[in-house]
Design a protein around this ligand. Sequence first.
Ligand SMILES: [Zn+2]
Length: 280
Amino acid sequence: MPSLELIIEATVVMVALMLLSIKAGFVDPGGLISSFIIGYTIYIFGGRLFFIPLLIFYVIAGLITKVRYEEKRLKGAAEEKFGARGWRNVLANGGVAAAIVYIAAYAHSVPKPELLAAYLGAVSTAYADTLATEIGLLYPGEPRLITSMKSVSAGTPGGVSPYGTAAQLLSAFTIVPVTVLFLPTGDKITAFLSLLIIVLVSSFLGSTFDSLIGATVQAVYRCKVCGKTTEKRIHCNVETQRLKGIKYVDNSVVNLTATIVGAALAYALVHFGVISFEII
Ligand SMILES: [Zn+2]
């Protein structure tokens, strides 16, 4: 059972974070409710160790979505509503991570290293993918499709760019050092190096999987007004036309699947003894 102190702490932090989210416009009303539920339960069931990586993802991704928003909007590839994320986006990015925390909390009083690894794999995949998209949109040239390497317009699912790939890799360096600070282990150096490898490998491969599915299976639309290729069903305030891909496979479905892949990879790395670290 979580202690009363932890519940009070989680309540205070989450209320403050949600007020900040409203002020900064990180989420819309649906996104606010879903991120509160996910964040609050992860804090209570997983404690600071599990909450901190999520907090980093949420705040940094929220801020970077706002960076040069107007420029991204002009490219026709910005998130709508000034970058405020909806509940589908929140659930797609945090749902798998939350499920892992509930499993970890149910099964053990101290989480097993493979479950912490799986959790970080899920969170860091979503984080790497979000940063790759938002920073990739700032790339001055045209992105290339990950499968054919042909130039595509910004915002095309499966499009990759040097900025995006760099962001995908650098995201691990923001999430791991802070997480290690909250890891109750005596050997922080080993834990840091192990977690860095786990997060780098799982988030890079997880978000690359995201791009591959984006380029092949995800529904791609064309705007009838501006002619741009997009993953959105509404563009320039008009319903778009489907070019290819499976109708029900949208960005949220792809994100959710990618976080499962990231989590499974990270779990496997620890479970099969490729990399090890201790929590206590
Ligand atoms: Zn358009």
